[in-house]
Design a protein around this ligand. Sequence first.
Ligand code: GLV
Ligand code: MN
Ligand code: MN
Length: 354
Amino acid sequence: MGVRVLERLNRLYAIGGGPGANRLGGTREEDEAHELVAGWMRQAGLEVEVDGAGNLVGRLHGRRPELPEVWTGSHLDSVPNGGRFDGALGVVGGLEAVESLGQRERTMVVVAFRDEEGCTGPGCRGSRSLCSGGLEPVPAAFVELHVEQGPQLAEAGAPLGVVTGIAATARGTVVFEGHEGHAGTTPMSLRDDALVTAAEFVLRLRNAAAGVDGAVATVGRLAVEPGASNVIPSRVTVSVDVRAPDDERLEQVAAVVPAELARGRAVAMSTTPTTVLLEQLASLGLPTVELPSGAGHDAGVLAAAGVPAAMLFVRSLNGGISHSPDELSADEDIELAVEVLKGALERLASAVDD
Ligand code: GLV
Ligand code: MN
Ligand code: MN
């Protein structure tokens, strides 16, 4: 792949000025990233389309355009102060693989979905929109390349891994009401402080998740009203993000949340493209590690919509940290990942038996 993938990741990382990636969904910076990648797609000879949700869809037409397409890609938005690889790697690496393969039997598509992170909403806005009315015609496969964002591959000494399934999620907001009052004159016994109530909830949620094997829960946003240091908080809105390996465990944690949450069911990756990825790893003499994903991904949305979907993970360094500028993967692991993705897409795009 040479250094082009790394250079492109750096170009995207520089958008917004840093430190860290700052391309939140729905912002000018996300638009800028889409425009940059659209240019790279055109240079590579792809036909570029932007769908109604703003997803960027680049097509390299196949020799047999009547056959179902093979898709790859990921997202270009980031969390605030995010990492260099989350999302961007799947788009840039997917384009590299497709460009170097050139025309195949099936049309190959590189997609950049909008607003996967959903920092202020349920997430995967672009892929959900694409799949909302049923994706027609259904692609033959979607293969998403992504960094692991955890420590398992590093612990296993494996540069790459194949995802078995994606955790169940529940996200939403909870509002706690209290009563405003003077910070200097209201006795402690007479206060109805919404932030104190919210703080008790945050601890209850933390304890609930800690008590369920494999579950996690996070409160990452807090809005305190009226938001003055000398006024007792009257209203507090907190974000809630719960994840668990299966729907049953998700519900055990979500039971402590006094609000409606938007749920994403746990979803298994599909056998055919997953097997192709594993065979690619084996053919290169690499360990064939399979692992679940605690993070959400567009591949989960497509899988839930009936698209045969698979994910290839690249080893994360620095203890697996992600959603942080400390996110890191080795250049040689990325190179290997693009090679494996290319091999997998080549096989998937050459099958003509349907
Ligand atoms: C996406 O990064 C997520 O929040 O899982
Ligand atoms: Mn991501
Ligand atoms: Mn992310």
